[in-house]
Design a protein around this ligand. Sequence first.
Ligand code: NAD
Ligand code: ZN
Length: 395
Amino acid sequence: MTKHFRFIHSEIEPTMSTTSGLVIPCKAAIAWEAGKPLVIEQVEVAPPQAMEVRIKIKYTSLCHTDLYFWEAKGQNPLFPRIFGHEAAGVVESVGEGVSDLQVGDHVLPVFTGECGDCRHCKSEESNMCDLLRINTDRGVMLNDGKSRFSISGTPINHFLGTSTFSEYTVIHSGCLAKISPLAPLDKVCILSCGISTGLGATLNVAKPKKGSTVAVFGLGAVGLAAAEGARIAGASRIIGIDLNPKRYEEAKKFGVTEFVNPKDHDRPVQEVIAEMTNGGVDRSIECTGNINAMISAFECVHDGWGVAVLVGVPNKDAVFMTKPINVLNERTLKGTFFGNYKPRTDLPSVVDMYMNKKLEVEKFITHRVPFSDINKAFEYMLKGEGLRCIISMEE
Ligand code: NAD
Ligand code: ZN
């Protein structure tokens, strides 16, 4: 028989945990079916196995990637599942072989990991770890191919190896970035996915030179973080493109200088942008997930030097079509996960950028709800309202 421990609302001891090695019953938001509201119920969270860590989630937020896989319209359905991947938490216990994290450490979980040993981890150019790279279809842990979550013996699938819509979750240690204990978790939780992704897409991948023109497709949190990157890099014009006119006012706070709504034009938006910029922008960053926006983002860059970066997660059957001459004319198409940041190595420095006031995080946070109202965060995103909604686990 497995021993159970009921967690009473007390803080975790900094050096040891009384729950270590035991199953923890706690609350989690379960997605039983595609597109149906999440149901908060009690799950049992098994202890971490080799190279795994169990963490207590403090704050989590909703990113559009959660919504796609919950709707499961253009993605493989996998239910029941615990979603969530943008979060901050505290280490509750560590599994065998974990030497770089301890009980009480403050961590950000990341949907893609860094094993430290593979060719990608050893390459300066890549963050696509062989062992721990993003896998949207896996619902189990790597160690034994099983889930650490169950309800009355029924396993519940993990999502992106993080499943942060739960008071406790088990994550591979290679997908956890240890951050400064001084960083406020209710703010830096959004650095664990969206903001770092957009920021890195501009600073690490598109690399605009000072004075460049930059187009950003999609003015959600990821796109506005890409715009923030363009502002930091000294872009002279930042053109924001979105179908939702409500985004425009907000985008001004992020340095977006001009707006284009594709719906206002009866010709492809890439033509409108080329006309506005004397032949095309120097850099463009796509943060929508929409295939037409991806094609427009590529075709609106200037020939000879333009670089387009795809960030949005496409429908699994989407196909990118463009005339090869667009490439021959010396335009570059790139893509990135997590803004090319290596999660464990680089994320602490993004947190430091916030702590040193180089990066503004507060302006991305437009809503806050207690865990019991998690479905409201989904409603805001479905309506295109606000940017990030922080879900507080301690109501
Ligand atoms: P969001 O819903 O907050 O923002 C998306 C914006 O795109 C919305 O404002 C929407 O109106 C706009 N949009 C949709 N279709 C458009 C079109 N055809 N033309 C112009 N604008 C359009 O989403 P988010 O959380 O900011 O995420 C943005 C995208 O980035 C999603 O696809 C998400 O899955 C993806 N993402 C990728 C990574 C990565 O590592 N590559 C990480 C996080 C998120
Ligand atoms: Zn690796």
